[in-house]
Design a binder for this molecule. Structure first.
Ligand code: DGI
Ligand code: FE
Ligand code: FE
Length: 198
């Protein structure tokens, strides 16, 4: 694994220091997920360097992207009843809600206002019809981080080095295939994103 210098946060996007932010994330997610999150940050920083994106923004997006993945259903129901989160997300489970809920916490807990960071977190599981550079970097870093091991991950890593958009198309297509092959329900927006990209 390549070691990358930790990003200094000059507080352009959050008043939290990187280490305080990390400690908060550590308390909220299980250990294996916390380790995944660190690897996603590392992958995102490599892509940020390659594609000329802001490393601080990519770091924050990566460190917060799965913040809500271990949240309980009752926690999400509370957010829905307070009007913060759309009720339809409850029909599809944490795979689908953790992106939007993560974006909500990025704003409310960590004070992130930057639209591209919030949208990147929101979209990181299913992608979006329109994705910013930061959004694409998070989407692909999450898919190709060094701990990922699934058929096709090497191909995804190669595409990521050559063409970020091609890597996005690959992830969108492979994920949909996998969901169909394993008999999972498809969130309607997943199909919309597929149709936009493919
Ligand atoms: O949170 P991570 O595990 O790091 O990664 P992720 O946020 O990309 O979540 C991946 C999972 O989400 C993967 O198992 C596929 C699933 N997923 C993506 N789109 C859909 C979906 N699951 C369902 N049921 N429906 C979808 O449309
Ligand atoms: Fe996720
Ligand atoms: Fe993730």
């Amino acid at each position: 694994m390549t070691n990358i210098e930790p990003v200094a946060y000059p507080n352009r996007y959050t008043t939290w220091t990187r280490s305080d932010l990390l400690e908060e994330v550590r308390t909220k997610v299980k250990k294996s997920r916390f380790e995944h999150i660190l690897r996603v940050e590392e992958a995102a920083l490599l892509l940020a360097k390659q594609y000329g994106a802001d490393p601080e923004a990519c770091s924050i997006a990566a460190l917060l992207h799965d913040y809500a993945k271990d949240s309980s259903r009752s926690e999400i129901e509370g957010l829905v009843s307070d009007g913060h989160i759309e009720a339809v997300l409850l029909d599809y489970g944490s795979q689908i809600w953790h992106g939007p809920v993560g974006a909500y916490y990025a704003k409310e807990t960590f004070g992130v206002e930057d639209h591209e960071i919030l949208q990147a977190i929101d979209q990181h599981t299913i992608g979006g019809e329109e994705m910013s550079l930061i959004g694409k970097i998070l989407f692909i870093a999450d898919y190709t981080e060094s701990g990922r091991d699934f058929p096709g991950v090497e191909k995804a890593r190669e595409l990521a080095k050559k063409d970020l958009d091609e890597a996005c198309i690959y992830k969108i297509t492979q994920t949909l295939l996998h969901l169909v092959q394993t008999g999972k329900r498809i969130y309607p927006h997943t199909v919309t994103v597929y149709n936009t990209w493919v």
